[in-house]
Design a protein around this ligand. Structure first.
Ligand code: FRU
Length: 493
């Protein structure tokens, strides 16, 4: 298929059922389908949207284009869950249908208000000359999961001095009313985060630009989230085009965070902000949505994919998945991300692993599925490599280099049999505390790998596209020993 603009923006009802069925059947054949991650039945998935707890269930939506692996006419696809692990697909819920969202129901968030769930999203509109218009829209979902769009925009236009790159509203409760946080661009093409305040969700006053870091956030900020971790404000956001002198990153666009001391609403400021940091150190994470959940936890889920790049599954007419759900916390002023404990329900057969570091050896004897969790602890002086998705000869592994003594970790995608997006580099390196015991918690699911380092102080999310026999795990190294557990995991589909 040649994805012309006309085809990408073709109304959903014009696609015939047979086409979709054929597409879904083709996608089911893919050996890269995930077993416990949210993925599209066909076509493209991008940002998580509307993450919430409402009416006794978890709700999660994602940006969807069901008809091909491209960024076409977007809608929200809805899923529900009792445990944040096993998800029930509820279908496409917010299709473009009005003059305020004709060219895409773009990203947004959800907030329970009374007996209903408010969905706040961006209506993307193009005119005949393909000029962009951006409307901040609302919809209400009732306890039957039936959604009604609110006719008039919540915010009808960007404020004076800003372009129509104005999107991804986050609505949060604040001091008895609400705040709306949104990504914006000035007419001078600077990326900003704007904050609105409302006593009701239909009546918003612009407070101003959020002051949260000394450096300029590039030309656009996407998907900003303001959350409070034990009263400490954290901004999680995606700056596009940020200068590498201001912030070192390698992905096309990073997903980043800034921890503040307090949120000063009068001055629209995160006071005493820490330096901007990568939320994820891997190759493939973007557009994280983070919520203050009613159970007191701060929960995060991201898009395991990046804008503008291509992936090996494109040829199979599907693209991308969501990350696992993570819990965010702050200890000694540092942000931790840990996989939610609910994920333990996936564990099946446990195998203890332990040994001295030395020549290359299989980490577990028979690992026939890329569907496992691995917890490993290495002694403080150790250094070596863990190879995942490896063939029997270990010629094409995805490699995790660790050096506990010197405090360095590198993931290396240069040797995998299906390289991808090499223009953005094939390794990612971080520094860690030196001469400390080193722990990994690793989740592998067919074509994704999420590595949590030192109890979640660092996370690497990466897509890897192995051949079917590339399910081996090896370890090699020097000066130390390791111990841990390997669990085969069950599938959630
Ligand atoms: C981020 C993003 C958002 C937008 C959505 C459209 O990936 O570009 O800014 O709302 O995707 O699908």
């Amino acid at each position: 298929t040649e994805w012309t603009t006309a085809l990408r923006y073709r109304p959903y009802h014009l696609w015939d059922k047979e086409y979709t069925k054929t597409l879904e059947e083709q996608v089911q054949q893919s050996t890269w389908r995930l077993n416990f991650h949210i993925q599209p039945k066909s076509g493209l998935l991008n940002d998580p949207n509307g993450f919430s707890y409402f009416n006794g269930q978890w709700h999660l939506f994602y940006q969807a284009f069901p008809y091909g692996p491209v960024h076409g006419l977007k809608s929200w696809f809805h899923l529900t869950s009792d445990n944040l692990v096993d998800w029930q697909a509820e279908g496409v819920k917010l299709e473009p249908s009005t003059k305020y969202d004709s060219h895409g129901v773009y990203s947004g968030t959800a907030l329970p208000i009374g007996e209903e769930l408010l969905l706040a999203y961006t209506g993307n509109v193009r005119d005949r000359d393909w000029n962009r218009f951006s409307y901040q829209m609302g919809a209400l979902m009732n306890t039957q999961n039936h959604i009604t769009k609110i006719e008039q925009p919540l915010i009808p236009a960007p404020p004076e001095g800003y372009t129509d790159h104005f999107r991804d509203p986050q609505v949060i409760p604040y001091q008895g009313g609400y705040l709306l946080i949104i990504g914006a661009q000035t007419v001078q093409e600077e990326g900003k985060v704007l904050v609105y305040q409302g006593d009701t969700y239909t009546n918003w006053q612009l407070l101003g630009e959020l002051d949260y870091m000394p450096a300029q956030a590039g030309y656009m900020v996407e998907c900003p989230n303001l959350v409070f971790i034990k009263d400490q404000p954290v901004l999680i956001f995606c700056p596009q085009g940020m200068a590498k002198e201001d912030f070192a990153y390698q992905n096309i666009y990073p997903n980043t965070f800034v921890v503040g001391e307090q949120f000063d609403v009068n001055n629209v400021t995160l006071t005493n902000p820490q330096p901007i940091q990568n939320l994820d150190e891997g190759f493939d994470l973007y557009a994280s949505q983070v919520i203050n959940a009613p159970d007191g936890r701060v929960l995060s889920v991201g898009w395991a994919g990046l804008p503008e790049l291509t992936y090996p599954t494109d040829e199979q007419n599907w693209a991308h998945c969501l990350s696992l759900v993570k819990e965010l916390s702050i200890k000694q002023n540092r942000l931790y991300q840990t996989p939610i404990t609910e994920l333990e329900v996936l564990r099946q057969i446990a195998t203890p692993v332990a040994g001295e570091l030395g020549a290359l050896t299989p980490l577990v004897k028979e690992n026939q599925q890329n569907r496992y969790e691995l917890r490993l602890t290495f002694s403080p002086e150790s250094h070596g490599k863990i190879h995942l998705f490896a063939d029997a000869e270990n010629k094409h592994p995805f490699t995790l280099h660790f050096d506990a003594k010197n405090g360095k970790i590198t993931i290396d995608r240069s040797r995998v049999s299906r390289p991808l997006n090499e223009a953005f580099g094939t390794t990612r390196t971080i520094t860690i505390d030196r001469k400390q015991e080193l722990t990994f918690q690793i989740f592998v699911d067919q074509s994704i790998c999420e590595i949590f380092v030192n109890d979640g102080l660092h996370v690497f999310t990466s897509r890897v596209f192995p051949e079917i026999d590339q399910t081996n795990l090896f370890v090699e190294g020097e000066n130390g020993h390791f111990s841990g557990t390997h669990w085969q995991l069950r599938s959630t589909f």
